[in-house]
Each structure stands twice: as structure tokens, then as C-alpha cells.
Design a binder for this molecule. Structure first.
Ligand SMILES: [Zn+2]
Length: 451
């Protein structure tokens, strides 16, 4: 590979060039040279964040050791062990069954630094919630923190590769010889994730200000979460990496960056990709065949420009198209594109619902009862809220629109039969155009009622 191309791919750090080669490399292809000397048994696929001085959101994928060198609680004092594993519901928007539960775990925080971990977790969540569609839908999320007490403050590989620290989750920079690749001991992470009641998404915050991160985007078979993002607590660009990673884990989006000048990635000749934001089709064909992001073609996108079919994406320079020039799936710090936003909302709706019955639905309500439901408020710039409707035996009772509670006496039931009272809440956002996704933004609860 030509040295100039290497720089384009890998940024300022020359050794990080391994990343590009690893796009095609299989398990075990790379040998970790820096600390820690990880036992290279089981490996897991992670995305490498883009270079610090560059715009690419990522540098492809590599396989890293599943387990690291975490020693865990072995050296902790009794008091430290008592604090280890504490779970806090930092942001509470309702029951875990109806909300997307984010679990944040810190690494490289000593017992004395746990207060700062909580402040760091709050700050990092604020960075995520500042990006649409997280902003609008932030009340669909619960955020949990799990305290992991480390023996040492800071993580391995910060400030340089000679720095070795004993931390609860074994976080380390210089993973697979790539300075900005911040890996963890996944079984250790899982042990802390399991302490929270539910996890849909996991963020591991390293007690560090150094740029880095990693996207573990394979869903957990045992714990149910969709992915782990690692990030440095004190680095804002690192937070953008974490948001990009949720584009994969929650949005099921493809990468939109590509590698000019690398022979293997000049031209894509494979089948149509499964991801909603990557296609072999031109805009004309997409419109004609009514497929992929055709509903958004020609619309102004929040990341700039109009939605079209821009050649380059999914690591390939030609043969694959992306919806916009510079969405967060290509460039850190940019918003999601219109199709990307829709995909993210679809991901939120996989875990969160728009109506939660507060009155139990498993017993018949009588005239002295009230049917109550909670509907999350949207933090929408236009003040839009989910549309709430009530139905008796399938017929809408228009006078109850927008209400979150109805007394059974208000139904004026005239016979002794059991009837069905249903409440629905629907988010009729213009950010979703696919009817299959729109359907998931409508949820309901039904009670049996009688005189
Ligand atoms: Zn990516």
C-alpha cells in the first residue's frame, strides 16, 4: 500500500494502518503488540473509530479479544467492594418494559471517583440527547448507571502505550495496535450489565480524556442488549463515536465512509445490502422500483444537501450509494440524514412504547374505577405530542381525545355486558414515511369494563 494512501486511511498514527488491512482479515489475523498481553482466544468484531484528525466516522472493523486482563475486585477493600455494583436509575421515564434502557458503566474510576463517574455519565448522555432524533424522543429512554470500582484511576494506554492500569473492566487503548481503539473485557462488562434490570444499549465510559472508542455491535444473546459503545468520558469527539455506533446497533445502519485508493475497496460487486441506507441502485432506479430511501429523494436533509444517491459508502468507492453526502454514518459531529433519522426512530420503537396502562388491564373495571395511562412527552421542536384516542368496542369516543384518564362512569354504559375500552397513542411524526415503521409508533392498551 502506498504511504500516502495509508495516511488517508489511518490518520496521523502510522501503526493504526493495520485497521484498513483488517477490513478483510479474519479472526486472529492481528497480534496485539502493546499492553495488555491479552489471551487471544475468543474474538469479537468491533468498529474502529475514525482518526482523531480527520472526518471519517470509522476505520472499518477488526476482531479483538473477547476477554482482556481485567482483574476485577480482587484487590478492593471491603468498603470498596460494598460500593461495587451499585445500580442507579439516573434518568427515569418509566418501566423498563416500555422504555429503551441505556446502561452506563464507568471504568478506571476508583471508589473515591464514583461521584465524578455519575457526573460524567450525565454529561455523556446529554451529548447523546443533543443529537436528533434522540432530542425529540429522550423521554422514551431510561438511563442507568452501574458502579464499577477500579483499583487504579484511569485506563491502560493513556497517556501512552506503556501505561498499565488495573481496572474493573480492563479497558485499554492501543487495542490491536491501534491507539484510538478502546477495547474492554466483554465478559466483565456483561457481569456489571447484568446487575441492571434491563439493558437495550450499553455505554462503557473510560475515565480518560484521550480520543478513542469502539463499537461492539453484535447483539448480546444472553443479556438482550443491541450493542456496547466504549468512549472516553472527557472527550467530546469520543461521544460522537458512541452516537455513530448507535446508528449501527439501534438504527441497523451501514457505514457511509469509504476508502479511496485501496484496490479491494474500489468497486462493490456484491448483492443489494440489507441496511436501509446503503444500496447498489441509482436514485432513478430506487424511485422506479419504490425501494430503499425512495420516499426521501429530493428532500432537504438535516446533515446538509438533499437526499439522493451519492456514490461511495459501505467502505467502497464505487458500486454502492449512500443517501446524503455527509451524515453521521460518514462524518463525526454531523446529524443523522433523513433516512437515518427514520431508521433510528424505528430502533427506538423496537424498545419503547407510546402508551403504558397505569390501571391494571387484567381485571374488569367498574363504574367507580378510572382507566389511566401514561403517554411520554416528546421534546419536539414544534411542540408535537403523541395523539391519544379512546375507543369503546372499537368505536372512537372523540370527546376523550388527548386525555390520559377516563372514568368508567363517563362511558354511560347502558347494558350489563362486558365492553372493551381501548386507549391508543400514536406518534404521527413527519420524520417517518415508511408505513411499516409508522405502524410501530402506535401502541394501545385495552381494559374490560362493565356496569
Ligand atoms: Zn460505523
Amino acid at each position: 500500500m502506498h504511504p500516502t494512501i495509508r495516511r488517508t486511511l489511518c490518520g496521523a498514527v502510522a501503526t493504526a494502518c493495520a485497521a484498513a488491512a483488517l477490513l478483510t482479515a479474519g479472526p486472529g489475523a492481528a497480534v496485539a503488540a502493546g499492553p495488555p498481553p491479552a489471551p487471544a482466544t475468543a474474538r469479537v468484531k468491533v468498529e474502529i473509530p475514525g482518526p482523531e484528525r480527520g472526518t471519517d466516522a470509522g476505520s472499518g472493523y477488526t476482531r479483538v479479544p473477547l476477554s482482556g486482563q481485567a482483574k476485577g475486585a480482587a484487590r478492593l477493600s471491603e468498603a470498596e467492594r460494598a460500593a461495587d455494583g451499585d445500580v442507579t436509575k439516573m434518568i427515569d421515564n418509566g418501566s423498563t418494559a416500555d422504555r429503551l434502557d441505556v446502561v452506563v458503566i464507568g471504568d478506571g474510576y476508583t471508589a473515591a471517583e464514583l461521584d465524578r463517574f455519575h457526573a460524567d455519565a450525565r454529561q455523556k448522555w446529554a451529548e447523546v440527547a443533543a443529537v436528533e432524533p434522540y432530542t425529540t424522543y429522550q423521554n422514551l429512554f431510561n438511563v442507568w448507571t452501574v458502579d464499577a470500582v477500579s483499583n487504579d484511576s484511569g485506563v491502560t494506554g493513556d497517556p501512552d502505550r506503556g501505561a498499565v492500569r488495573d481496572t474493573a473492566l480492563g479497558s485499554y487503548f492501543w487495542c490491536e495496535d491501534i491507539e484510538r481503539l478502546l477495547c474492554v473485557d466483554q465478559p466483565k462488562v456483561d457481569a456489571y450489565v447484568a446487575k441492571a434490570p434491563a439493558a437495550d444499549l450499553v455505554i462503557v465510559l473510560a475515565n480518560s480524556a484521550k480520543y478513542g472508542g469502539a463499537g461492539y455491535n453484535e447483539p448480546s444473546a444472553t443479556l438482550g442488549y443491541e450493542g456496547i459503545s466504549t468512549a472516553s468520558a472527557g472527550n467530546a469527539k469520543s461521544g460522537q463515536v458512541a452516537i455513530h455506533e448507535t446508528g449501527h446497533s439501534l438504527g441497523k445502519l451501514a457505514d457511509e465512509y469509504f476508502y479511496p485508493g485501496v484496490p479491494d475497496y474500489e468497486k462493490y460487486t456484491g448483492p443489494e445490502p440489507a441496511e436501509s441506507n446503503s444500496s447498489t441502485l441509482t436514485a432513478d432506479r430506487m424511485a422506479r422500483e419504490r425501494t430503499k430511501w425512495y420516499r426521501w429523494l429530493g428532500e432537504e436533509s438535516p446533515d446538509g444537501g438533499v437526499v439522493g444517491a451519492y456514490e461511495g459508502g459501505g467502505y467502497y468507492v464505487t458500486g454502492l450509494y449512500r443517501p446524503t453526502d455527509n451524515s453521521i454514518m460518514r462524518v463525526l459531529g454531523k446529524p443523522f440524514s433523513l433516512p437515518g433519522t427514520e431508521a433510528m426512530i424505528a430502533g427506538f420503537a423496537r424498545h419503547a412504547t407510546f402508551v403504558t396502562p397505569l390501571t391494571p388491564t387484567d381485571r374488569t373495571l367498574r363504574p367507580w374505577h378510572t382507566a389511566k395511562a401514561s403517554v411520554p412527552r416528546l421534546a419536539d421542536a414544534y411542540g408535537r405530542q403523541p395523539e391519544v384516542k379512546w375507543y369503546l368496542d372499537g368505536r372512537e369516543l372523540k370527546r376523550f381525545r388527548g386525555r390520559t384518564e377516563v372514568r368508567v362512569a363517563e362511558l354511560w354504559l347502558l347494558d350489563l355486558r362486558a365492553h372493551k375500552l381501548t386507549v391508543t397513542a400514536e406518534d404521527r411524526t413527519s420524520a417517518v414515511r415508511d408505513p411499516l415503521v409508522a405502524r410501530t409508533l402506535r401502541t394501545s392498551a385495552t381494559w374490560s369494563v362493565r356496569l
